[in-house]
Design a protein around this ligand. Structure first.
Ligand code: ATP
Ligand code: MG
Length: 321
């Protein structure tokens, strides 16, 4: 791997000349007057409902990974992308995001309260409208991939598990929308698993966001198969780990999370400053993930005096003020 300059990062992309900002956890977005949206991936890393650190090159890695997967799946699902004015930026068709996160899972895995492994271990065999067989072990492949939708909490509330019936009955989506979205999500996931397998990776689970445009067409929006929206395992090492009942090897982007959890209760205590060493390690993990997933070298864009300066200058054609 080439030498990477870890002194450059994009903590935020607040640009006063762009209109209608929405500053998300990771991306800073602007809705343009022509009905399109700029989504700028910053280098922020979020966990425990807060920003933990700024990881050099993370934003470029995420944008370029999403690009790789958007390009590889246009035959399955039309997506929101219009173009990439900068390696950290997606210029997208603005859609109304459907209020359901489409999580697809191929394995009995996860650690959060909504994960199927947590629920299965607590004794549940029916979840999200699916019945799982008895006798599954930690991190085992499911008989087939399943969709475990959750309500998208737009106000920072917590995600609630849903079934297909709930979604349609409560009017979150029409039956037609659900049928289209669920079929596309399953096909996208199958493609993701197949392509990942060729790279020696297992796409374990992922989350999609779909939206509708002004004509009611359903488009794949947000990001796709990035390490922030997905779990990957390294295929080599899976069988052994599974056999021994331990967590299969993955891109260890959670070093920071683990470091934090070992030191405090992140939901109650003040989180200590993350050491530089940890940040640099995580940057290399993201870059390594890009190279492993795509099979291509990562090409850092070192243009401009700083990443913000570069992004600003590439986005001047969109300025309204
Ligand atoms: N094409 C699109 N049109 C409109 N909104 C979009 C589109 N693609 C993605 N979004 C939204 O843009 C935002 C991206 O920013 P980011 O993911 O950092 O936000 P967030 O803080 O995670 O918010 P959320 O919890 O809503 O995802 C998300 O709210 C996402 O739903
Ligand atoms: Mg998001």
């Amino acid at each position: 791997m080439q030498k990477i300059d870890l002194s450059r990062s994009l903590p935020h992309a607040r640009i006063a000349e762009l209109p209608n900002p929405y500053f998300g956890k990771v991306r800073d977005c602007y809705d343009l007057p022509d009905g399109t949206r700029l989504l700028i991936s910053s280098d922020r890393i979020s966990a425990f409902d807060q920003i933990l650190a700024v990881i050099p090159w993370k934003g470029q890695v995420l944008t370029q990974l999403a690009r790789y997967w958007f390009d590889a799946t246009t035959d399955i699902a039309p997506n929101h992308v219009i173009g990439y004015p900068d390696p950290n930026v997606v210029h997208a068709r603005r859609v109304t995001i459907l209020p359901v996160e489409i999580v697809v899972r191929g394995y009995l895995a996860g650690t959060t309260s909504t994960s199927i492994l947590t629920r299965y271990k607590a004794g549940a065999r029916t979840m999200y409208g699916h019945s799982l067989p008895e006798g599954l072990r930690d991190n085992q492949a499911l008989p087939q991939a399943i969709i475990t939708p959750t309500s998208k909490a737009f106000d920072g509330g917590h995600d609630e598990p849903l079934t297909a019936e709930d979604i349609v009955a409560s009017g979150l989506m029409t039956k037609t929308q659900w049928d289209e979205v669920s079929a596309k999500a399953m096909a996208l996931f199958a493609r993701g698993q197949k392509m990942s397998e060729k790279q020696g990776l297992i796409l374990v689970d992922t989350k999609y966001e779909f939206g509708t445009d002004a004509d009611g067409n359903v488009l794949l929006a947000d990001e796709i198969h990035t390490p922030d929206s997905s779990r990957y395992w390294i295929a080599e090492g899976y069988e052994n780990a599974f056999g021994n009942g331990i967590r299969p090897p993955s891109f260890d982007k959670d070093v920071i999370r683990s470091w934090v959890v070992a030191r405090c209760d992140p939901y109650r205590d003040q989180i200590p400053a993350i050491p530089l060493e940890m940040i640099e390690k995580t940057a290399m993990v993201y870059i390594g993930a890009y190279e492993r997933i795509t099979g291509q070298p990562f090409r850092p864009d070192a243009g401009g005096a700083s990443p913000l300066d570069r992004v600003r200058s590439r986005l001047t054609p969109f300025f309204t003020a």
